[in-house]
Design a protein around this ligand. Structure first.
Ligand code: ARG
Length: 565
């Protein structure tokens, strides 16, 4: 439910009753339990407008606040803050409704829009690296989140499948014979070997250059080789997607080459808009206030990364009809996106009302704070990394219970992959991120295991109880009250996380929720014999709603839960 909106309505009613003619600034979640559930901090700003002191205004508002419905009590604090407590019965009623609803009381958006989420985007000429891992994990979460809230999400995998290096690569693929899949297992090695041939053998180098021209002019033989090369490379990426359990399919691939035929039009349209100028033989767009121009065509006639992105922007806004286009790409490409977004808007490729955003993320570092590399300085293969996660997860869980080998395999996958994803999603995405196995696979702290463990623990309470809990949630003390209010905040949290494209707002929430639940569970026993049946049922139902919220939250993050752990 939209909890904040409900509280804001009550405040608005008080404004109307008190004759205050201003839009009330929305309430915020209270930062400490002693400040209630929500706080209204708008009195200070109003004081200036109404020329009264803030406490007077706070009093005026509280005098007119209805405390017979949603609100139980209010209190003025400090210079003019209003602390607000929600009414137990009302909160309980909302929780009872949420628990009976498949979507936990979260309605789909009334005004859904089409959103393109551009993520993963590996380069076919190179091994997929940790940066693409981050993009894949964050992008998939953003796409899941927006789709859950009701938007029409179009996933786009903008793979790098075009450029001069492909001449060399397909010439080498041809030389290697057979279907090439063997020698292409390790793309990095393949690239190195091809490059070595290129540098050492001038006949090979000539052929490679000739092949570049041939692919570009549509030569069937070369295009065939190129297609095969892309197919095998993409197959490697798809292995990673499968292990990661992300929702990216072949249909979502809209590769750089897809836009080849539109590039000339990008230039002529820029020209028509009067935005094109020549500089050192290259075609450029100079933006006001920016020193470095956007180069859209090199002097040799070749197009660039930016040209393709302009064509893609046009396509996404005009053909796909997106109203929001989110690029989940390394923060180091910030300059690039800032420029192409501006060019696209100024040239009218993208209507004014379309939101363009660079969902930037920082670099993945090792435990010593160095960019993530293998011991010999090479790129860490993602497949190996994910396999290691599963192996380590096995170690972490194996002594926890008597699992069969089969169970260990299944659990380790969910735990290991979940840990890698959660660790990535739980930090502010723009910061650099320190990859630390021990931390991510811990049962303590803000980790996926902590959430999965809490979920499994609740399931075990139900197994012990041995029957369905039937009845109603009734709130009897402050911890139950706080847990219930927090459960109702789920939709507000998801909405804000979607708006800010910030998955860590979801993980922060889950962490607080589970921590609060653990405290509640320690203090308020559920299965002890002497407990009143009504209270027991209510606590069981609160536990159940907590578990469902954890499950839903993790599912948006692309992480599974386990019935036993
Ligand atoms: N292939 C690019 C890279 O590895 C990422 C593509 C991001 N998407 C885009 N539309 N530019 O850096």
């Amino acid at each position: 439910m939209k909890l904040k909106e409900e509280v804001n309505k009550v405040i608005k009613a008080a404004f109307d009753k008190a004759g205050i003619e201003a839009e009330p600034i929305g309430v915020t979640e209270a930062t400490k339990p002693e400040f209630g559930d929500f706080q209204f901090n708008g009195a200070m700003a109003l004081a200036k407008v109404l020329k009264k002191n803030p406490r007077e205004i706070a009093t005026l508002i509280t005098d007119n606040l209805d405390t017979s419905g949603i609100l139980a009590k209010t209190q003025i604090a400090g210079p003019g803050f209003i602390n607000l407590w929600l009414n137990d019965d009302w909160v309980a009623k909302q929780c009872n409704e949420a628990k009976n609803d498949e979507r936990l009381g979260i309605e789909k958006k009334e005004d859904p829009i089409k959103v393109v989420v551009d993520y993963s985007g590996p380069n076919m000429a190179k091994q997929m690296h940790v940066g693409h891992l981050r993009s894949t994990i964050i992008g998939d979460t953003l796409a899941n989140l927006l789709a859950f809230l009701g938007d029409e999400v179009i996933r786009q995998n903008h793979i790098g499948d075009w450029g001069t290096q492909f001449g060399m690569l397909i010439a080498y693929l041809e030389e290697q014979g057979s279907d090439g899949s063997g020698s292409l297992r390790d793309l990095e090695q393949f690239y190195k070997d091809a490059k070595k041939r290129f540098d050492e053998d001038s006949t090979f180098a000539d052929k490679a250059r000739e092949y570049v021209v041939k692919i570009q002019s549509g030569d069937a033989h070369c295009l065939g080789l190129w297609k095969k090369f892309i197919d095998i490379s993409l197959g490697h990426c798809e292995e990673v997607y499968k292990k990661l359990d992300v929702n990216l399919a072949r249909e979502d691939v809209r590769a750089e080459s897809f836009y080849n035929d539109s590039l000339a039009k990008v230039l002529s349209d820029l020209d028509k808009a009067g935005m094109l100028s020549e500089s050192d033989g290259a075609q450029c767009v100079f933006l006001e206030g920016e020193e470095i121009p956007v180069i859209v065509q090199k002097s040799d006639g070749g197009y660039l990364y930016a040209t393709t992105d302009l064509a893609a922007l046009w396509y996404r806004a005009n053909v796909l009809g997106a109203k929001r286009i989110s690029y989940v790409v390394d923060a180091r490409q910030g300059g690039h996106f800032k420029q192409v977004f501006r060019v696209a808007k100024e040239a009218g490729f993208v209507p004014e009302d379309v939101k363009l955003e660079h969902v930037a993320f920082g670099t993945m570092m090792d435990k010593n704070g160095k960019p993530f590399k293998t011991r010999d300085g090479g790129t860490v293969k993602l497949i190996d990394l994910l396999d290691e996660a599963v192996e380590r997860a096995k170690e972490a869980i194996k002594n926890k219970a008597d699992y069969s080998d089969e169970e260990v395999e299944k659990i380790a996958k969910i735990v290991g992959i979940g840990a890698v994803k959660y660790a990535d999603l739980s930090i502010n995405r723009e910061s650099n991120y320190i990859f630390d196995w021990d931390k991510m696979l811990s049962f303590e702290g803000n980790t996926s295991l902590y959430m999965q463990y809490a979920y499994a623990r609740i399931q075990s309470i139900f197994r012990k109880y041995g029957q369905e809990a039937e009845g109603e949630i009734v709130l009897t003390d402050d911890l139950e009250h706080r847990l219930a209010v927090m459960l109702l905040q789920f939709e507000d949290i998801l909405k804000k996380a979607a708006e800010d494209a910030a998955p860590n707002q979801i993980t922060n929430y889950l962490y607080e929720l589970v921590t609060l639940f653990m405290r509640f569970y320690e203090r308020n026993p559920i299965l002890k014999e002497e407990i009143d049946e009504k209270v027991r049922t209510s606590r069981l139902l609160l536990a159940d709603l907590t578990a469902k919220t954890i499950k839903q939250g993790l599912s948006i993050l692309g992480i599974g839960v386990l019935e036993r752990l």
